[in-house]
Design a protein around this ligand. Structure first.
Ligand code: UN1
Length: 498
């Protein structure tokens, strides 16, 4: 069967890239499985897409928000109907196991249902004026054409975090899917189109970040950029947007830690760290990358974790019995392995995994086993830098205070977790941990779509996608004064005289 040829989606039509070039999208668990070919677009394609989005904007912003919400609700119903099929496609292109890709589609569904409800709120504020016969309120207004640059680890959930709220707010958009997971965005946007999103409101341009992403960033008709990815690229985006005073929302890296105190329920903490560290093969910005253990339980708990990690079944995510899929690409596998070499050279003790899986069926894809380093010290690179793979660094601490200091000893601050039965220590941890998200007695992964999502320090620039705060990103405030006194009233000046 010939591979499916996917095309850019511009102004409601499927069109090839003007470059005439395309690339192959293959299954990372079995590279003989070709999912399809996708355009390698150039700046001209971005120009076409932005022009379409700009032309569609006046009409779309004039549609009442609850009607926009109704279209989003219909799109969500399509995702609900197609959930299983979309999850299978996503496992094929991204590698994570079916249970997780079902979760990814579900996250898009939840975000869509929340967005449909939010379309009937989009609350502003009404406040009293300091003058008589004068009203004052604040409302939200759409902004224009948003550029969206998406990662590969949540191929549908993250595009939905961006697109749904942006559309509800009345914006139009050009989206650049990750090169490694473009088919999921194709299907997602197809659902929007089938549900009635008009031509030009959402446009998809496939291709490299350095070309398509750059063109979006620099385009004068793009009002803002929403980006999820690495801190290195995030800084570049902030720089370019800063020069143009363009809004940008950045969700960047993480080096998340789970603390286990000596009084914790160790079986519960074990389930948490296994899921947090090796779910999605560690390719989440919320992944548990460090395990911080109090001295008294260090040896016992480390043994428990290693034993469980060794049992995890690694393989093709389409097999329901598999617990961890491959890494997304050979490049990603090499990055992970480089960090393993760094860990060894820094003197950490490799206690499990640590070499690519290449025998038998593994030779078809980019497999890497669950890998654990013990006796990691807080200043080692494997304790501070994001790895984005199934590598867990275990660190020994003397007490609670040291645990918090070690947890904070990184330039990132996305997610965090503490296992303890002591409510006083849990509350102190919530106060002192430098992170956008803290879990108590739960792993570092598993954010819910109706709460703000994001982090501090180099994890972002203060925005929170997810929840009601996403609607603040994709809209501008308009402060309105209505003077119905029939006379000229001067603020400050009138109130000052008695
Ligand atoms: C990400 O890794 O980029 O909380 C997002 C979680 C998911 C979202 C992760 N709901 O792990």
């Amino acid at each position: 069967m010939a591979a499916k040829e996917y095309l850019n989606f511009i102004n409601g039509r499927y069109v090839p890239a003007r470059t005439g070039k395309s690339y192959e999208n293959r299954n990372p668990a079995d590279t003989s499985d070709l999912i399809g070919t996708f355009p390698v677009s150039g700046p001209e394609d971005v120009n076409d897409a932005v022009a379409a989005a700009k032309a569609a904007y006046p009409k779309w912003r004039a549609v009442p928000a609850p009607q926009r919400g109704e279209i989003i609700r219909r799109a969500t119903e399509i995702l609900i109907r197609r959930k299983e099929e979309l999850a299978r496609l996503m496992t094929r292109e991204m590698g994570k196991v079916l249970k997780e890709t079902r979760g990814d589609v579900q996250e898009a569904i939840d975000t869509g249902l929340y967005a449909a409800g939010e379309s009937r709120r989009l609350w502003g504020k009404v406040v009293p004026s300091e003058l008589p016969n004068k009203a004052a309120f604040v409302t939200r207004q759409p902004m224009g054409v948003w550029g969206m640059i998406c990662p590969w680890n949540f191929p549908m959930a993250i595009p939905s975090w961006k697109l749904f709220p942006a559309l509800i707010c009345g914006n139009t958009a050009v989206i650049k899917p990750a090169t490694l997971t473009p088919a999921s965005v194709h299907e997602f946007v197809l659902a929007l189109t089938e549900a009635g999103v008009p031509a030009g409101v959402v446009n998809v341009v496939y291709g490299e970040g350095s070309v398509v992403g750059e063109a979006l960033l620099n385009h004068p008709d793009i009002c803002g950029i929403s980006f999820t990815g690495s801190s290195v690229i995030g800084k570049r985006i902030a720089e370019v947007c800063g020069r143009q005073l363009k809004r940008c929302s950045l969700e960047l890296g993480g080096k998340n830690a789970q603390i286990v105190l000596k009084d914790a329920d160790l079986n519960l903490a074990l389930e948490g760290v296994i899921w947090g560290a090796f779910g999605t093969a560690g390719q989440r910005c919320t992944a548990t990358s460090r395990l911080i253990l109090e001295d008294e339980i260090y040896d016992r708990f480390l043994e428990m974790v290693v034993e469980r990690a060794k049992q995890l079944k690694v393989g093709n995510g389409l097999d329901e019995s598999v617990e961890m899929g491959p890494l997304v690409s050979e490049g990603q596998r090499q990055t992970v392995h480089r960090y393993v070499e760094i860990g060894k050279s820094e003197g950490a003790r490799l206690v499990c995994g640590g070499a690519p899986l290449t025998s038998g069926d593994y030779s078809r894809g980019y497999f890497y086993p669950p890998t654990i380093f013990a006796e990691v010290t807080p200043n080692m690179r494997i304790a501070r830098e994001e790895i984005f793979g199934p590598v867990l660094s275990v660190i020994r601490v003397r007490n609670f205070d040291e645990a918090i200091d070690v947890l904070n000893n990184t330039s990132y601050g996305l997610s965090s977790s503490i296992y303890t039965r002591d409510v006083n220590l849990a509350m102190k941890a919530i106060e002192r941990i430098e992170a956008g998200i803290t879990y108590v007695n739960a792993p570092t992964i598993g954010a819910e779509c109706h709460l703000p999502f994001g982090g501090v320090k180099e994890t972002g620039n203060g925005h929170r996608e997810g929840g009601w705060t996403a609607y603040e990103i994709f809209s501008e405030l308009k402060t309105v004064y209505i003077d119905y006194s029939g006379a000229l009233q001067k603020a400050q000046i009138d109130t000052a005289k008695d």
